[in-house]
Design a protein around this ligand. Structure first.
Ligand SMILES: NC(=O)c1ccc[n+]([C@@H]2O[C@H](COP(=O)([O-])OP(=O)(O)OC[C@H]3O[C@@H](n4cnc5c(N)ncnc54)[C@H](OP(=O)(O)O)[C@@H]3O)[C@@H](O)[C@H]2O)c1
Length: 301
């Protein structure tokens, strides 16, 4: 199979490219940096600029599956201009792909897109499945709705559409974990707020295996990409400290303090998402990491 991956140079994309190549598949990828078109060995990079509507059309040649990971990071201060970039980097890029497929002869059968868990309502005890129609009204929830709408359109072109609503991705190389671990390593770690907020997480190896499975078996619809064992912020913080063999003695950090420091982005630390992993498992996916201590030990070993 040949896959075309957007955002392939990022945290998840780099690992995903390696997995497809290891299994002898062909990888094309799109990057917004001309200098990165040669960055991923064994695969072929193509330049695009979704903001300007530019794309190297030869990227689609021979492609069976598109995997859409591209998107501006949500871990930067949410100014009005940057909020717009968070949305457009996901939707304009999807639109550019849509127009390419619409007007070019192709053999693409499926698009799989990253998506977020922010669409679900806040929850401590209630576990949400992919079937829920309740949604939240936060900025990130709006992002996810627009992002998924831009992907759903591919149905019209006869493609299978799959969306992986991804929890907190645990990796040593980037994303939330190094940010959470840094103060702990410095002896300044603390639980956020009450610490009761639930954090639906997934080990990066399981996430890329999930993308791979979704492509291999042509999954359709929404899947929660989260491990089956959701933990609270307190449990996760204590687990990181335990695995790193660091003490945790500072008092919990109140939400208003983090709001002063991070602004609206503090949402990322205090929102509570309790999601079910049942659907992926019912479709035959076996998680390697279901226990937070084991996942962290694996990453830091
Ligand atoms: N990591 C997580 O915990 C997590 C959780 C839930 C969902 N997700 C979603 O999964 C996707 C991949 O996540 P990641 O952690 O791998 O992200 P990442 O490391 O930030 O990589 C994202 C990639 O998107 C491309 N990109 C950045 N800004 C862009 C823009 N303005 N327009 C077009 N492309 C742009 C970049 O590739 P080029 O520089 O090569 O263009 C970048 O390498 C993202 O959409 C993210 O929101 C991630």
């Amino acid at each position: 199979m040949r896959v075309l991956i957007t955002g392939a140079t990022g945290l998840i994309g780099k690992e995903l490219v390696k997995l497809f190549l290891k299994n002898k598949h062909s990888v094309h990828y799109l990057t917004t940096s001309k200098s990165k078109t040669e960055e991923l060995p064994g695969s072929t990079g193509f330049y695009w600029n979704p903001q300007q509507g530019k794309i190297d059309e030869s990227c689609i040649y021979g492609v069976d599956v598109i995997i859409h990971l591209a998107g501006a990071s949500i871990a930067k201060r949410w100014t009005p201009a940057y909020k717009q970039e968070i949305i457009e980097s996901r939707t304009l890029s999807a639109e550019l792909l849509y127009n390419l497929i619409r007007k070019t002869p192709h053999q693409v059968k499926q698009i799989i897109s990253a998506s977020g868990t922010a669409i679900y309502p806040e929850s401590f005890d209630k576990v949400y499945t992919e079937d829920t129609t309740e949604t939240e009204d936060s900025f990130l929830s709006q992002v996810v709705k627009k992002w998924e709408e831009s992907i759903n359109r591919f149905h019209v072109l006869g493609l299978k559409v799959c969306k992986l609503r991804t929890g907190l991705v645990l990796s040593k190389d980037g994303g939330a974990l190094p940010v959470m671990a840094k103060p702990i390593i410095l002896g300044m770690g603390a639980v956020m707020g009450s610490g009761r907020q639930m954090q639906s997480w997934i080990h990066i190896d399981d996430l890329v295996r999930l993308y791979y499975r979704a492509a291999e078996q042509q999954w359709e619809g929404v899947y929660n990409a989260v491990s089956p064992q959701v933990v609270s912020n307190a449990v996760m913080t204590k687990s990181i400290a335990k695995v790193l063999k660091k003490p945790l003695f500072l008092p919990n950090v109140p939400e208003f303090v983090m709001k002063l420091v991070l602004g609206e982005m503090a949402y990322l630390l205090f929102s509570s998402k309790n999601l079910s992993a049942e659907k992926a498992m019912a479709d035959g996916f076996q998680f390697r990491f279901t226990n937070i201590d084991e996942a962290l030990r694996d990453l830091y070993s």
